[in-house]
Design a protein around this ligand. Structure first.
Ligand SMILES: Nc1nc2c(ncn2[C@@H]2O[C@H](COP(=O)(O)OP(=O)(O)OP(=O)(O)O)[C@@H](O)[C@H]2O)c(=O)[nH]1
Length: 532
């Protein structure tokens, strides 16, 4: 896995982002396949109910027509007129203003044999004419009379109303002509035709509050069911066909309807969708923030702590707020801190053991050699001399032989204590570099100063007056000390410095022991310091 994607933060971000996308996708799918069909179906129901209203309004107009035609047909004057008994009927009733008041195109009176008795109406040019039958000048009514013949053949007692799609759009109502107060056979029929004029359609719009239109269509071009077409996001066109005469024609009501309900529902849904999306995104951010602050940031701090453990000699402090936590991360931090402390303690112990002599507690040869190299290195920068002492107990074999090996150990310990007490300088390092052999490193110390310190140490050891009954040198424990010094600008290195100190020690032994010596031939040697 690339390192970029190994980040927990990024992986959580991607995982939660994926969940968010899935949730949003689910919302969109629910909207597309569940909510939208419901909204569209609701819209279709709305369109249907609006067309029902328009149809009821037209039905109401037809009902009005029915009442008007019945008023006229069930009137004794009309009855007598159709029977030819009341010729003044025309002059007293069938004039232009009567039809205008009733908003009629024509009135046709038929006798019982379905022959037109009288016609009153407006011709194609809008001229009012009133004439006997369909003869000139009422020839314009012939097409209506022809269209009515089948209706007249099937004429029942019931008053009929219907829509006319041809030759002009109109409403028609026909009733049998009867006496008003007594049962009588029908004397004929009265047909009234009311045009579906522009003003009538306008009135229908005002009545219904629907932006509608009424058109005549051929039967073959019309849909049997309601037709709905969404013309824009705010408007839809709905249409319904109504039965009309002649049979090959229909009247179609076209309504242009607002899509307010759909838009309002859509807005509500969008509002809910945006809010849901917003809440989801905010939830995601909060989860990420909590994850970051509760889990990821502490883990990174633990990681940085681990890196410092590798890099630093001393154990770094564990962040206090991690230790103060009472949860799993707090426990982990405490356990980890304890583990690191334990590790450092073990390391320190091992280091101590690897660098110090277990008997005397002094530095061992390994540490002495390290410090000597460091001192020579530092001296190159400072230009100071580095001196070394090599100390050997005189006739220690005889001591062991006489007092025993354990006493010999105690003697070594006492000698180490004496050296530590006497060589107080901070940078002076006393080490046990052999069985009964000790070395002292004196950085920034000249040969003369080293000789003086060596002599002082020798005297201090002698002053301890540790008994050495079998020593040929003195009745107490004595040491011989070889001193050497080197200047960093010279060619001397650690090995040659210690060889010089060893030679000086040999010289001290050769010269009678219990003394301090140096090598006169050594480049930096100044003088020997025989002890007495
Ligand atoms: N008790 C004890 N003795 C030790 C230890 N290490 C070395 N020795 C003894 O130190 C003695 C050193 O003897 P030598 O090398 O002959 O030197 P010396 O007897 O001191 O004679 P010179 O150095 O010539 O004065 C040996 O007897 C070792 O056994 C130790 O850790 N404890």
């Amino acid at each position: 896995m690339p390192r970029t994607f190994a980040s927990l933060r990024l992986r959580f971000l991607l995982a939660l982002g994926g969940v968010l996308c899935l949730a949003l996708l689910a919302l969109v799918l629910v909207a597309r396949y569940q909510i939208m069909p419901i909204l569209l179906e609701d819209e279709e129901q709305f369109a249907g109910s609006e067309l029902d209203r328009a149809e009821r309004a037209i039905g109401s107009e037809l009902g009005h027509m029915r009442r008007v035609v019945e008023d006229w047909a069930w009137w004794d004057d009309t009855y007598q007129f159709v029977l030819g008994e009341r010729p003044e009927y025309v002059d007293s009733n069938l004039y232009q203003s009567t039809l205008e008041t009733l908003d009629l195109k024509m009135m046709i009176f038929f006798d019982a044999q379905h022959r037109p008795v009288w016609v009153a109406g407006f011709d194609e040019d809008g001229e009012f004419t009133s004439c006997n039958g369909s003869k000139t000048p009422c020839h314009w009514v012939v097409s209506y009379i022809d269209a009515m013949q089948s209706k007249l053949e099937r004429q029942s007692d019931e008053t009929q109303t219907w829509l006319l799609a041809s030759p002009d759009m109109a409403m028609a109502s026909m009733s049998g002509i009867y006496r008003s107060h007594e049962t009588s056979p029908s004397a004929g029929s009265l047909l009234m035709v009311r045009p579906l004029s522009t003003s009538w359609i306008e009135q229908l719009r005002d009545t219904t509050g629907i932006e509608l239109d009424v058109n005549s269509v051929s039967n073959s071009n019309a849909d049997a069911n309601d037709n709905l077409r969404r013309v824009s996001s705010t408007r839809m066109a709905a249409s319904r066909t109504l039965d009309a005469m002649p049979d090959d024609h229909l009247i179609r009501v076209d309504a242009l309807l607002p899509r307010q309900r759909y838009q309002a529902s859509l807005e509500t849904f969008r509002f809910a969708l945006y809010w849901t999306s917003g809440v989801l995104i905010v939830t995601l951010l909060i989860v990420l923030w909590l994850l970051e602050s509760i889990v990821l940031a502490p883990i990174r701090q633990l990681s940085r702590f681990t890196q410092r453990v590798h890099l630093e000699a001393a154990p770094p402090p564990m962040p206090a707020h991690l230790l103060a936590r009472r949860d799993e991360i707090g426990t982990l931090a405490q356990e980890f801190r304890d583990l690191v402390d334990h590790h450092y303690q073990q390391s320190s112990l091992l280091l101590e053991l690897s660098q110090h002599d277990s008997l005397t507690g002094l530095a061992n040869r390994r540490l002495f050699d390290q410090r000597l190299e460091q001192a020579l290195h530092s001296a190159q920068a400072s230009g100071h001399q580095v001196s070394a002492l090599m100390i050997d107990i005189d006739h220690f074999k005889l001591y062991n032989d006489y007092y025993g090996h354990l006493a010999g150990d105690d003697c070594l310990i006492a000698l180490a204590e004496c050296m530590q007490q006497h060589l107080g300088g901070k940078r002076i390092l006393a080490a046990r570099t052999g069985g009964e052999e000790f070395s002292v490193l004196m950085p920034d110390t000249s040969l003369q100063a080293a000789m003086l310190q060596a002599e002082s140490l020798r005297l201090a050891i002698e002053a301890r007056a540790l008994p050495h009954a079998t020593s040929p040198t003195a009745p107490h424990l004595t040491v011989s000390i070889g001193v050497a010094s080197c200047h960093p600008t010279g060619l001397d290195d650690a090995v040659s410095l210690m060889q010089a100190a060893d030679q000086a020690l040999y010289r001290a032994k050769e010269s009678g022991r219990n003394r301090v010596a140096t090598i006169p031939g050594h480049r930096h040697a100044t003088t020997t310091a025989p002890s007495q």
